[in-house]
Design a protein around this ligand. Sequence first.
Ligand code: HEC
Ligand code: HEC
Length: 279
Amino acid sequence: MVSKNGQDNQRRMTMNTKKFSNSQRRSHLKTISAASALCCLLLVKAGAVETTIQSPTYLRDVLPIFMGSCSRCHNQETRFVYNWLDYKTAYADRWEIKRRVWDGWKGTYYKEAMPIANSPESLALTDAERLTIRQWVDGGSPRGVAPTNDSVKTKAERIELGHRLFTICAACHQATGRGLPNQFPPLASSDYLNADKSRAIKIVLYGRQGEVVVNGAKFNNNMPMFPLGDQDVANVLTYVYNSFGNAGLEVTPEEVKTVRAQGPDASVKSAPAAKSVFE
Ligand code: HEC
Ligand code: HEC
């Protein structure tokens, strides 16, 4: 328990957007199971990748799983359970995460396996995803994005890989791409997205703050930056451009590289940047 308190302090320092301490959450744990059972959810589930991922890394391989299968209960807003979605906290809690996701599920750890039994997430989590989390922990839990193999040649392959990464975006823009009024602008049939490919690349690379008008509706919020590699940015945006009634464009790693070299500008930073919880 001593180390848990130590982690609590670290969490307080690193997660300044958090409204509740983890000890407050813990005291409310009893209530959550019933509450979560009632809650209905649109499951965010990317296309299943059944092959084993070599040397999984947090941002590319593990965070999408957490976003899809864990973030409904473990997130910044919840007051009941631990929030470890940011890398630092996930790293600090990695052994318990592995025990819950892998050993608990195998029956060799006495505490409840995660995702919690009977939740829609527990039915949807695949063996390959459990294995990816276990390998991430055993492999030293790297944060970064492993060098992507650049064997992706066709647009169809790009879309398939991008679909998996889209779980990250769906946490805010929703699995339907329609966003949420006054909070997250739509990517579905977005005039803003479809008007300018370079600007869209820049937004994924650097995040976006300040006012933006999408399909006639005004938003003024923060999108965090995502430190993804050129391939991944190309793949996820190609997926978005070829889904949700969008223009069908392809984004290549070369284009991302060119835009990255230009650096951030006023089109993405019209207000001071908030610190990304994904850093
Ligand atoms: C339906 C809600 C729900 C979902 C989905 C869920 N959890 Fe949990 N989680 C809980 C609750 C409630 C507790 C506290 C009760 C307990 O300790 O068993 C908990 C506790 C934990 C703990 C122990 C506390 C800590 O932070 O050290 C870990 C680790 C954990 N969950 C990991 C996960 C992972 C990984 C996923 C996704 C694969 C996940 N959970 C999905 C509700 C959920
Ligand atoms: C943590 C929430 C969050 C996540 C995750 C997120 N975004 Fe955003 N996104 C936002 C917000 C908020 C805005 C509006 C920012 C503003 O007001 O300036 C936005 C704006 C955008 C825009 C420009 C407006 C539009 O709707 O066309 C694009 C394009 C975009 N995001 C793409 C993505 C992609 C692709 C991903 C995944 C790699 C992603 N976003 C992940 C919150 C998020």
